[in-house]
Structure formats: C-alpha cells, structure tokens
Design a protein. Structure first.
Length: 153
C-alpha cells in the first residue's frame, strides 16, 4: 500500500504495508480527506491523491471517486441526496479495469516467455521412401517427379 501525501491531504487509516485485511473486512479501510483555498483546489488535490493512492489485494472504490471528481455537477457543487442515482449507474463498468487486466496479462506473458529457453526448431522426421520409388530406382525407372525425360541417378 502507498498512501498519498502533501499539502492539503490527510489519510486516516490503520493500514500499513504487509497487514492482512480479513476476508470480512470493513469497507471503510481508509478515509482520504483533502482541502484547499477553494473548491477547485480541494478537488484537484483529491484527484491527485486518489491517483497516488495504491492498495493491493482488495478492491477499492477509487475509480468511482475519480469519476465523481470529473463530474461537472460535482465540480459546480450542484449536489443533493440523489446525486449518485442521477449521475451514475450503480452497475457502471470501470473502464480502467479491462486495461489493467490486459496489462497484467501482457506482463505475465512477457515474463514467462523471457524465462523459457528458446525452443529449437523441430527436426523433421526422416521420410521413408515409398515402396514404389525404392523398387523403381534399381531398375532405372524414370525420374521421381514423373517427368519422362529425366532419369533418376
């Protein structure tokens, strides 16, 4: 875990690197607060802090909060108790999640390919001559491709 910091940023949490979060953890594992001279500065600090906040091993709602910070109604302060219902679908897809999955898969594939020794090209199995060809050669039969003017050697 890596917590954001800097002027106007506070994190209230009991988390630290290496702590095990139980399976039935409280969804509020940390509280992020920002403030500034005005609303715009506080929102900019919150956006930066959310991008800097790294939590590994559990899902977070950081992507949702980033969407809230970019919402024009939120930025303008036009809020009410139905703000989320009006401006967000509760089953809304996280656009960054697919990108993260693809990046992790690509990194894992690259890692494993670099660790594997290069595979040598398979040597072709020796071809057995057909019984027709082996019987025809000793008797001076015509060429292998069936061209009558070329005798086989």
């Amino acid at each position: 875990m890596s917590e954001p910091g800097g002027p106007g940023v506070r994190v209230d949490s009991a988390l630290y690197n290496g702590v095990d979060i139980p399976y039935y953890y409280d969804p509020l594992i940390a509280k992020l607060c920002t403030w500034g001279r005005d609303r715009q500065e506080a929102i900019q600090r919150m956006r930066r802090a959310l991008l800097e906040f790294k939590v590994v091993g559990v899902s977070t709602n950081i992507p949702f909060h980033l969407q809230v910070m970019d919402n024009p109604h939120f930025i303008a302060g036009r809020l009410d108790t139905a703000f989320i219902e009006k401006h967000f679908r509760l089953d809304q897809h996280d656009p960054l999640k697919d990108e993260k999955i693809v990046l992790v898969a690509a990194a894992a594939l690259t890692y494993h390919r670099r660790r594997e020794p290069p595979k040598a090209a398979p040597t072709p199995a020796p071809r057995e001559a057909s019984a027709w060809r082996s019987q025809g050669r000793p008797r001076g039969a015509w060429g292998m491709q069936g061209v009558p003017w070329q005798k086989s050697s």
